[in-house]
Design a protein around this ligand. Structure first.
Ligand SMILES: C[S@@+](CC[C@H](N)C(=O)[O-])C[C@H]1O[C@@H](n2cnc3c(N)ncnc32)[C@H](O)[C@@H]1O
Length: 350
């Protein structure tokens, strides 16, 4: 540990400084092995089943991560196929290099937010057979403790998927006013005690900056009623989810990316998404459901005047959840939900 600390910059060390409240509770600070750990692809066989990749097709993996899903898809695409991989994390780009060296199909990596990457691909006129999203964080991100995604280890409050972006969780907590903080905790974390936690954050930062994950956990614990600290999971879970979503602008990215991914698909192409919380799952469900809806005339009209026809058929009428075996093997998969739809050729109504 001491060698690692010696190698850190002064500012890094300051960010890791323990507050009096966290002293004595710090677990290992940096997990350099974390970055080496493999991400277990979630709902992998289910995703490949709904995508049904075929030789010679083109696929866009919008969230490459460790390439777990991409490997399975690439095998099916074969030498005549192509896979475009997107991720905003430089660690994913490093993993892509190893993937590309052994990939069965031709490959390309775009390091960008998936909304920007899909805009680029659309401007290039890409026509894909498959596009998919595996949303949220990768295990590589959570387990690289210094990136501050987890409330389980003390680390600088960072949470940026793209370390090049300016806004980190620490800056957000230092700069956002109380109302904006409370709204983010409510909207992105569905946190019941959002107002009290936002008030406590603002009060604490007037005394000293909140710089580490465990300092924030202390503020949350002190702000919520005692029974809430022991009910239903870790008391900081929702706040950390909210901060991560806010820092990475995750919902806005998804709202912009879904129509672009849909537009990039050829007829009979498939769009699929794996979501890990209801805010994402609702967006996927609504987006795909809207594509699959035909006439929207009021029921009292005797005939259709809107002329709207479905653009899609739903492959998953209900979201697919992981099996009990998968959850036992990989508890992080437990909240995953997969949805998918197939694009219809225009005029082809089912
Ligand atoms: C759950 S992991 C994907 C894991 C991958 N499917 C695998 O099997 O290894 C999600 C990945 O998506 C990336 N990501 C999340 N939101 C993104 C966005 N808006 N734009 C680009 N990449 C994003 C994250 O950096 C992370 O690497």
């Amino acid at each position: 540990m001491s060698t690692i600390l010696l190698e850190m910059t002064r500012s890094r060390r300051r960010a890791l400084r323990r507050s009096p409240r966290t002293r004595g509770r710090r677990t290992a600070e940096l997990d350099l092995d974390g970055a080496q750990r493999r991400h277990r692809p979630v709902l992998a066989s289910e995703l490949v089943d709904v995508l049904d990749p075929k030789a010679g097709q083109t696929a866009v993996d919008c969230t490459f991560g460790d390439g777990g899903h991409a490997r399975l898809v690439a095998e099916r695409l074969g030498a005549a196929g192509a896979l475009v991989a997107v991720d905003r994390d430089p660690l994913a780009e490093e993993r892509f290099a190893a993937f590309a060296a052994g990939a069965a199909c031709s490959t390309r990596f775009i390091r960008a937010g998936f909304a920007e990457a899909l805009e680029l691909l659309s401007s290039e006129g890409l026509r894909a057979n498959i596009a998919y999203f595996d949303l949220g964080m990768s295990s590589m991100q959570v387990d690289t403790r210094e990136r501050g995604f987890s409330y389980s280890y003390d680390a600088p409050l960072d949470m940026r998927m793209d370390p090049g972006q300016e806004l980190s969780a620490r800056e957000l907590l230092a700069d956002w006013d109380e109302r904006r903080l409370a709204r983010a905790l409510r909207d992105f974390g569905e946190e019941r005690h959002a107002a009290a936690i936002a008030r406590a954050i603002v009060r604490r930062r007037t005394q000293e900056p909140i710089e580490t994950t465990l300092e924030l956990v202390d503020v949350i614990n002190a702000a919520i009623p005692a029974p809430a600290r022991f009910a239903g999971g870790h008391p900081a879970r929702r706040v950390f989810q909210a901060l991560r979503i806010a820092v990475n602008d995750e919902l806005d990215q998804l709202d912009r990316a879904l129509p672009l991914a849909w537009k990039s698909l050829r007829a009979e192409g498939v769009l699929a998404g794996i979501a890990f919380h209801s805010l994402e799952d609702r967006r996927l469900k609504r987006f795909l459901g809207d594509r699959a809806r035909g006439c929207i005339c009021p029921p009292e009209l005797p005939f259709c005047v809107c002329g709207r026809e479905p653009e899609a058929t739903l492959i998953t009428r209900r979201a697919i959840a992981p099996s009990a075996e998968e959850i036992a093997r990989n508890p992080r998969a437990s909240s995953a939900r997969l949805r998918a739809a197939r694009k219809l050729a225009s005029g082809q109504v089912r």
